[in-house]
Design a protein around this ligand. Structure first.
Ligand SMILES: [Zn+2]
Length: 270
């Protein structure tokens, strides 16, 4: 319950799509084998950002991007618009409690060849999609966590909001259960967080969550706040709705001392 693993809910035949696209668009005639090989490499390397783009022409790029935007049934692409509406609770890429866009795991500008393939398309929220988009203009350097390929990591990942109450104003940032991962996994997760999390959206959502919890504990004894927060977190887990950042905030509030918890929540009671 965090940045979530994701599976497409329907069977998608990417190769059938590729076949009809390369027959349907004149510019794509004869490209089936090249794109097929590129996609095989994508699958074998689990979406490695170090794949070499196959160098499609501008017209070929335009065709593939148009096919993606159009989501045409005749090419078997009518599943794409449905990904936008899929109910996954929170964004598989960042943990924000919204989806609504479709993310190209390997961006479609440097890699138009993967524009319409199911293993490269996942639901995503608008804010993190835009954040990554601006960084990916010149390609992709880091291997982000892949919502389908990296199920093993994502299944163990718990986001934890880390609070710093030493200053006048409480500061916080997004962390995770570091100790459950080896150093290589840790640095990948850290890089993912750096690249994907829209800090402004995270800050807003966290402040909302702090206020929500403050309202829940208002009027109760401070010594009991911890168990109220535990209950809230248990409810979120039971609902399994992927309250990414909300649950993260609660975990963070449980990690700090009672004094710190009070320092975070009391200003919101006023
Ligand atoms: Zn997101």
């Amino acid at each position: 319950m965090t940045m979530q693993p994701f599976s497409h809910t329907q069977v998608i035949d990417d190769l059938k799509t590729l076949k009809s696209l390369t027959l349907g668009y004149a510019f794509l005639n004869g490209t089936y084998d090249t794109i097929y090989e590129a996609y095989s490499s994508y699958l074998k390397s689990f979406g490695s950002p170090h794949l070499k783009a196959i160098g499609l022409s501008k017209d070929q790029k335009t065709c593939l991007h148009a096919a993606y935007e159009g989501g045409a049934k005749k090419y078997g692409l009518d599943w794409i618009p449905k990904v936008r509406d899929v109910l996954v609770g929170s964004c598989p890429m960042c943990g924000n409690s919204a989806v609504g866009t479709v993310e190209h795991y390997l961006p479609k500008t440097p890699f138009p060849e993967f524009s319409v393939f199911s293993w490269n398309l996942v639901p995503s929220c608008n804010s993190c999609n835009q954040k990554r988009g601006s960084k990916h203009v010149n390609g992709v350097k880091q291997k982000l966590l892949h919502p389908i390929f990296d199920k093993y990591i994502l299944g163990r990942l718990k986001l934890v909001t880390r609070f710093d109450t030493s200053g006048v104003v409480t500061e916080f940032e997004l962390g995770f259960n570091e100790l459950d991962f080896d150093p290589v996994e840790q640095s990948r997760i850290q890089a993912h967080i750096m690249i994907c999390i829209d800090r402004r959206a995270f800050k807003l959502a966290t402040n909302v969550q702090i206020s929500t919890i403050a309202a829940r504990v208002a009027g109760k004894k401070e010594a009991g706040w911890r168990s109220i927060i535990e209950e809230e977190l248990a409810i979120m887990h039971a609902a399994n709705l992927g309250y990414g950042w909300a649950a993260s905030c609660l975990r963070g509030l449980l990690e700090v001392s009672q004094t710190q918890r009070s320092a975070i929540l009391i200003p919101k009671l006023l």
